[in-house]
Design a protein around this ligand. Structure first.
Ligand code: PLP
Length: 431
């Protein structure tokens, strides 16, 4: 936050203008790459999937955060997308980092980030990792059960602990409270045990579930956190920080932020620090992926006489589209290039409506030999797609590349071409 580059001028962003600049830059990057690949003569790998990442979009999301949640300091959830340039930009912007493992903590520390800007937000930790963070001085960590408290008492008694509580995450895309979080029936006993063990409980944390859609989940969680703060006070703890977790999405951010802001102001006085662990919110819209069509199968309908196609891409659910299985996403294909024409961001790149039944029907499949490796069951395009053509998918920055496997021997380390549509971000990254 004290970065001298963050002058008033750089902090101002015009979202509308920025988005237009981004479209242009992303389009240029796509054009340059796909027009350089000749499927008839290229080497293995040349036609592989690749991302275009706009660091300017991450910057705009940060400014949007600051405007809507000025009291809440974000600790970016590295698991969502540990892209080194994203982390570098966020480090320059002064955010903290939520890490889930030794590797994530190391990645952040290796950038020169102070250990106090990291929270090890995994309530059930590996012993050797706890010893590792104790050595590194990463003190903040979460817990939600008595066994974990005893583990921490043995391995890192000086840790600064956040008691993670259960939330109602029933309206979220990915539910987390099935696995983590102490219920309000258990918190009092946990605080008593922490006191007996001589541990330092400094705050409460919660997570309303990833891809949250009900802003009232934040209100309820803040109210519950208030109850636990009072319990902690009765046990002699002077809690200083509330961690409101992640779950934010770009689509409904202003509404969520409004409810959260009001709840925080109602229940938590200004001397209480508020932090959060947003992941998806920062990166989802910043990355677009381009995939090429590697094979096509023609299907003739014997009754209607209609011709449709199964097209096979070089990326699927075992790759960057793991988000379909793990993150309940439905990425929508658009046409990047067919034949000799590039269509990025033109009306012709979009699918045509199912209602009018215009255009040719396609199903889109991944490259592995598994039958569940399907991206799209049915989509219609006005153009004919064939081998060597390219598709693109927007909003592919969250929980995609990081959970891709190498199943069937396909690569899971695809290129990212970076663009930067905000001058402020370029200044921080010295681009
Ligand atoms: N914090 C914790 C503890 C999480 O488990 C997750 C996601 O699983 C996040 C933060 C990030 O959540 P989101 O990407 O929904 O903001």
């Amino acid at each position: 936050e004290n970065n001298p580059i963050l002058t008033k001028k750089n902090l101002f962003v015009d979202h509308h203008h920025g988005a237009a600049v981004a479209k242009q830059m992303i389009g240029d990057a796509f054009r340059q790459r796909v027009e350089s690949v000749d499927h008839e003569s290229c080497n293995p790998g040349d036609e592989d999937t690749f991302f275009v990442g706009d660091l300017g979009e991450v910057y705009r999301q940060h400014m949007r955060w600051k405007k809507n949640l000025p009291r809440v300091k974000p600790f970016y959830a590295v698991k969502c997308n540990p892209d080194p340039k994203v982390l570098q930009l966020l480090a320059g912007l002064g955010t903290g980092f939520d890490c889930a493992s030794k590797a994530e903590i190391e990645q952040v520390l290796d950038m020169g980030v102070d250990p106090s800007r990291i929270i090890y937000a995994q309530p059930c930790k590996t012993n050797s990792y706890v010893r590792f963070v104790a050595n590194q001085g990463v003190k903040q960590m979460t817990f939600d059960n008595a066994d974990e408290l005893r583990k921490i008492a043995r391995l890192f008694p000086d840790a600064e602990l956040f008691l993670r509580i259960l939330t109602d995450d029933s309206s979220s895309l990915c539910r987390l409270s099935l696995k983590f979080g102490a219920s309000l029936d258990a918190t009092d006993d946990l605080l008593r045990l922490a006191k007996e063990l001589g541990l330092n409980v400094v705050g409460v944390s919660f997570h309303v579930g990833s891809g949250a859609s009900d802003p009232l989940a934040f209100l309820k969680a803040v109210q519950d956190a208030d109850v636990v703060f009072k319990q902690a006070y009765a046990h002699g703890f002077d809690m200083k920080t509330l961690d409101v977790g992640g779950g934010f999405t770009g689509d409904s951010f202003e509404t969520m932020a409004h409810v959260l802001r009001e709840a925080l102001d109602q229940y938590f006085p200004p001397h209480i620090n508020i932090i959060a662990e947003p992941g998806r919110y920062y990166v989802s819209s910043a990355f677009t992926v381009a995939c090429s069509i590697i094979a096509r199968r023609t299907i003739e309908n014997p009754i209607t006489g209609e011709t449709s196609y199964m097209v096979y891409m070089n990326d699927g659910i075992y790759g960057n589209f793991s988000c379909i299985m793990y993150d309940h996403q439905q990425p929508v294909a658009k046409i990047l290039r067919t034949g000799m024409r590039t269509y990025y961001d033109s009306a012709l790149s979009d699918a045509v409506s199912e209602d009018v039944c215009a255009g040719t029907e396609y199903s889109i499949w991944g490259p592995t030999c598994d039958g569940i490796d399907q991206i799209t069951k049915s989509i219609r395009f006005a153009q004919e797609l064939d081998v060597g053509d390219w598709l693109y998918f927007e909003d592919m920055g969250a929980y995609t590349k990081c959970s891709a496997t190498m199943f069937n021997g396909f690569s899971n380390s695809h290129d990212v071409i970076y663009v930067c549509s905000e001058p402020g971000a370029r200044a921080i990254l010295r681009l």
